[in-house]
Design a protein around this ligand. Structure first.
Ligand SMILES: Cc1cc2nc3c(=O)[nH]c(=O)nc-3n(C[C@H](O)[C@H](O)[C@H](O)COP(=O)(O)OP(=O)(O)OC[C@H]3O[C@@H](n4cnc5c(N)ncnc54)[C@H](O)[C@@H]3O)c2cc1C
Length: 310
């Protein structure tokens, strides 16, 4: 069948690959392509964060975890590497539901805790270098015969395909009048220094992370709801460095090599469902918040399943 995928972030590219692998003909329509999407700014570590509903995101997340892990072994050129990471918490918490499905998960010993943290866990996680991963996904699509058209859609009826996969992220506000999709601003700093083990405090109010990518370590972050600013803010930079240094005292500010800002497409829950719009079958797949990369392959599998079932 002929499918039109709208959006060329990680969600759109991943869905397009799965559809092509199922034998469909796919054209991707998007007003922006890599390196100009939110997905290009993702840090990016596999870690479900700022996303709902938990039961579904755990399932999509685990499917993605295993796909990314496999790809890190078969296609190291994709920019995916498995690294150890530690989450530090200020109070006891039940381990997350996904913890039983991933590699290397364990609760930290008391002697491994730092500062005022009283609990924590360690796990092996795919870390994705988006400046390699996005072009790698695109070249895979080209080999599979995907077409790309640069176009800003005013409505989903603007394309000829009868099957439409809607992966527009924040663009759903205009395209679907869905004002439940709201930006959560994220600022990050790139540092040429490796902490060996990634360190995280993923509570939205104290959000702190040092993500050891191959090229740089990504320091974050901010999670500012309804903030549309794409400017780098000095006060955010200072706050990020201060918080990261509390997790990683050896952090050397002289090794900063860049900064970036992106707007996470948050929603009360990911919208992954079918809608019939006039003569089209639309499958929506947007609103992944801080977990678009983490959920990408699981959501793409679900898109294909919805299409096959209808
Ligand atoms: C600082 C930061 C750090 C992050 N870290 C992580 C992380 O470590 N792990 C993780 O999993 N996630 C992370 N995220 C979240 C992740 O980046 C997003 O969840 C993900 O990029 C969403 O992907 P998407 O493809 O759904 O949307 P996008 O990447 O926003 O893509 C949307 C696409 O739709 C197109 N579009 C929109 N409207 C239209 C229209 N009307 N017509 C045509 N095209 C349209 C856009 O041009 C774009 O190509 C982070 C985000 C930020 C900002």
């Amino acid at each position: 069948m002929k499918c039109g995928v709208v959006g060329a972030g990680v969600s759109g590219l991943t869905c397009a690959i799965r559809l092509l692998q199922q034998g469909h003909k796919v054209t991707i329509y998007s007003d922006k392509f890599s390196p100009d999407t939110v997905s290009d700014v993702a840090a990016a570590v596999w870690y479900p964060f700022l996303t709902n509903p938990i039961k579904k995101t755990n399932k999509w997340g685990l499917e993605t975890y295993h796909e990314l892990t496999k790809m890190s072994l078969i296609h190291p050129e994709s920019g995916i590497k498995i690294r150890k990471g530690r989450e530090y918490l200020r109070k006891y918490s039940e381990p997350p539901g996904w913890s039983i499905g991933i590699n290397g998960f364990r609760i930290l010993e008391e002697c491994e805790l730092i500062g005022e943290y009283v609990f924590g866990w360690e796990f092996d996680s795919p870390v994705i270098q988006m400046n390699l991963y996005m072009p790698w996904l695109k070249s895979k699509l080209e080999r599979l015969g995907c077409k790309f058209i640069k176009k800003n859609l005013i409505e989903l009826n603007d394309i000829e395909e009868k099957i439409v996969i809607n992966c527009v992220g924040l663009g759903a506000r205009q395209l679907c009048d869905d004002y439940n999709v709201r930006p959560i601003r994220g600022q990050v700093i790139y540092l040429k220094q490796d902490p060996v083990i990634g360190r995280y405090d993923q509570q939205p109010e104290t959000l702190t992370y040092t993500i050891p990518r191959n090229d740089v370590t990504v320091l974050g972050g901010t999670a500012q709801l309804d903030d549309w600013s794409l400017e780098i803010r000095d006060e955010d930079t200072e706050e990020i460095l201060k918080r990261c240094a509390s997790l990683w005292p050896e952090l050397d500010r002289n090794k900063i090599v860049g900064m970036a800002v992106g707007l996470r497409p948050s929603r009360n829950e990911v919208r992954l469902e079918i809608e019939k719009i006039s003569n089209k079958l639309v499958i929506h797949n947007y609103g992944h918040g801080g977990s678009g990369v983490t959920l990408s392959w699981g959501c793409a599998n679900e898109v294909v399943k919805l299409l096959n079932d209808n």
